[in-house]
Ligand binder design. Structure first.
Ligand SMILES: CC(C)(COP(=O)(O)OP(=O)(O)OC[C@H]1O[C@@H](n2cnc3c(N)ncnc32)[C@H](O)[C@@H]1OP(=O)(O)O)[C@@H](O)C(=O)NCCC(=O)NCCS
Length: 125
């Protein structure tokens, strides 16, 4: 198994009603092979097909270049940057989270990951 992906339509700290939080992690040996990109696109297509929520949301720490890259590569749009009220960096400053959103109602957002040739997603839960 290359990693994990999950979605939560009931997350209570989302920017708006109808937002579905997406979270993921890929084992180090499997990184930089579009595993997360493929899994996020598959989950978003599933959410749209099953009519679960209005927007998919990815939140990542500002310095988490890899996760922000996944959001951008999947076509998510940057919407906000906020300091966490609960999470702190080792230096005591709050973690700054960037929020990205993808409109699940706009089917032109339906995409297939580069390199995905059918079958099951590389990361799933
Ligand atoms: C974030 C994470 C899931 C990315 O998984 P991945 O399968 O390697 O991501 P992808 O291969 O789909 O990468 C998609 C894009 O993100 C960016 N990216 C990914 N890893 C990167 C890195 N280490 N440095 C810079 N950019 C990176 C790139 O733009 C990449 O596209 P490219 O390879 O064509 O340049 C993985 O690094 C991870 O598990 N990190 C620890 C857990 C974590 O941060 N989870 C997210 C919490 S919000």
């Amino acid at each position: 198994m290359a990693g994990y992906i999950d979605f939560d339509p009931d997350a209570n700290d989302m920017p708006a009603a109808g937002d579905v939080n997406i979270s993921y992690a890929v084992h180090p040996w499997a990184r930089r092979q579009a595993v997360a990109t493929t899994a996020v696109l598959q989950i978003c297509n599933y959410l749209a097909e099953e009519d679960i929520g209005d927007r998919a949301i990815i939140r990542a720490a500002r310095e988490n270049t890899a996760s922000l890259g996944v959001a951008e590569r999947c076509g998510f749009r940057y919407i906000a940057e906020n300091p966490s009220t609960t999470d702190h960096r080792p230096d005591g400053l709050p973690v700054i989270y960037r929020t990205y959103a993808l409109n699940l109602r706009d089917r032109s957002n339906a995409r297939q990951a580069p390199g995905l040739r059918g079958g099951q997603p590389s990361a799933c839960r």
